[in-house]
Design a protein around this ligand. Structure first.
Ligand code: IMP
Length: 440
């Protein structure tokens, strides 16, 4: 008899990424059996701090340090070089995660990385400011049905002809975009040998994510689906083209893992106490000057993947309401409240005005968004305090939070209509207040 309990939770970032999902996933992973990624690649950057030690992940699901089974679903794009670098890093720090890799996940090759930069240059004002990890070109080949999948690396007789076709095509694209060939120094045979070797090393981990995950659900196991980036960067429901190439919202799970929407029980959105964004495109609540500097420094807002300083702004409840609508979140987790300390007053964006009228939706099109005037309410901020004091507050629970923070949280809940059930006030796993048990 299989025990009836919550078996599936999805965590997605509700904004432009970097909301602090890694920490929330790590927290929820404690009671999961499996942590699975369903989209993106090594453009992601998740930092988890455990006992003062920092772990940075780009490709491997961040549940890895909880010794859970971790799954890279079919919707992820894999750079095998990064995969093995991360596995080696984990091994050198005492972790040997049980890893499963989907046979139908697409593979990133060196020419995808090269073309990522070149394609960006051709986009002019519409460049997204990508992480240059080859994500867009790999997803393009997937959609165009030129791409190679993990399965193809496992057998040379399948790999060679498919790879040769892709290599020729990419070389043609490179010539067409740049008009030159002299700095194309990607040796065909060298790549073939490297990737066949990667294939050999990957073989023990390869599974069908759909069969694997569904059979585990049939056995009563619990799966946590870990989103990368954020909803507003998504290919279908984000601010196109200023985003990434995958479905970053909860809807990415069925496509990116082969698990039906009817099997999903809970969806949790991660929001930050303010907004941040790295890369191009409008950021309606963007701050500049001293205040931006203060928040950026207090929040250590520098990209985990690229080291770029992140743009920062006030919390944008218009955009978040849209993310809440499409994901239909059961609950929210709010992070980085400690990083807003000493900012007084704090502002919350509650409306976008376009052509003199308040809009009743988030206008999704960058051309409209950049012409919108943002409307705010102001609330009293909270005082700065030493890190130990934040940790003590977390230990004592919700009631010991400063009143200004409680009021801020209540206002956000009231406007978004979704309960905030996880409150993070520091980088460590322990600096988290949980108002609800998700795995019941
Ligand atoms: P790409 O995913 O590398 O193609 O980049 C597309 C856009 O998404 C750029 O604006 C990146 O800065 C942004 N982006 C990609 N991954 C992340 C992430 O993990 N956090 C925040 N922004 C990201």
């Amino acid at each position: 008899m299989i025990e009836k309990k919550t078996q599936t939770i999805i965590v997605t970032g509700a904004s432009w990424g970097d909301e602090g999902k890694g920490k929330i996933v790590d927290y929820l992973a404690s009671e999961a059996d499996i942590v699975a990624r369903f989209q993106g690649g090594n453009n992601a950057g998740h930092t988890v701090v455990v006992k003062g030690e920092k772990y940075k992940f780009h490709l491997i699901p961040s549940g890895a340090i909880k010794n859970k089974t971790i799954v890279i679903g079919n919707g992820v794009v894999i750079d095998p070089k990064v995969l093995f670098e991360e596995l080696n890093m984990l091994e050198s720090r005492g972790f040997t995660p049980s890893l499963k890799i989907s046979d139908t996940a697409h593979v990133i090759f060196p020419f995808h990385i090269l073309l990522d930069g070149i394609e960006e240059e051709t986009k002019g004002n519409y460049a997204a400011g990508t992480t240059k990890r080859g994500i867009g070109p790999t997803y393009s080949d997937k959609a165009a049905r030129y791409g190679l999948r993990v399965f193809d690396l496992l057998d040379e007789s399948i790999f060679r002809p498919k790879f040769n076709r892709l290599y020729e095509l990419k070389l043609k694209q490179y010539k067409a975009l740049t008009g030159k060939t002299e700095d194309w120094d990607l040796d065909r045979e060298e790549i073939i040998q490297n990737y066949l070797e990667y294939g050999k090393k990957m073989k023990p981990y390869v599974i069908s994510s759909a069969y694997y995950l569904n059979s585990l659900l049939d056995k009563g196991k619990r799966i946590l689906f870990e989103g990368a980036q954020g909803c507003l960067l998504g290919i279908d429901h984000g601010m196109y083209p200023f985003g990434t190439s995958s479905n970053t919202w909860a809807g990415g799970v069925p496509g990116g893992c082969g698990v039906s929407p009817t099997r999903i029980e809970k969806i949790i959105g991660v929001i930050k106490a303010y907004t941040s964004r790295v890369g191009g495109g409008p950021l309606p609540t963007e701050l500049e000057g001293d205040l931006a500097h203060q928040i950026r420094e207090q929040g250590h807002e520098y990209g985990t993947t690229t080291g770029r300083p992140r743009r920062v702004g006030w919390i944008d409840l218009v955009a978040l309401k849209y993310a809440c609508m499409i994901n239909n979140y059961n609950a929210l987790a709010i992070t980085m409240l400690d990083a807003l300390e000493g900012v007084n007053p704090v502002k919350l964006c509650v409306g976008y005005k376009y052509n003199g009228k308040i809009m009743d939706s988030w206008p999704i099109h960058s051309e409209i968004i950049k012409k919108c005037i943002t409307e705010y309410i102001e609330m009293p901020g909270w005082a700065a305090r030493p890190a130990e004091e934040w940790s003590n507050i977390a230990k004592q629970g919700f009631d010991s939070l400063p009143d200004e923070i409680k009021n801020y949280i209540c206002k956000i809940e009231e406007i978004l209509g979704v309960p905030i059930s996880v409150i993070s006030i520091g980088p460590n796993r322990e600096d988290t207040i949980l108002k609800e048990q998700f795995w019941d």
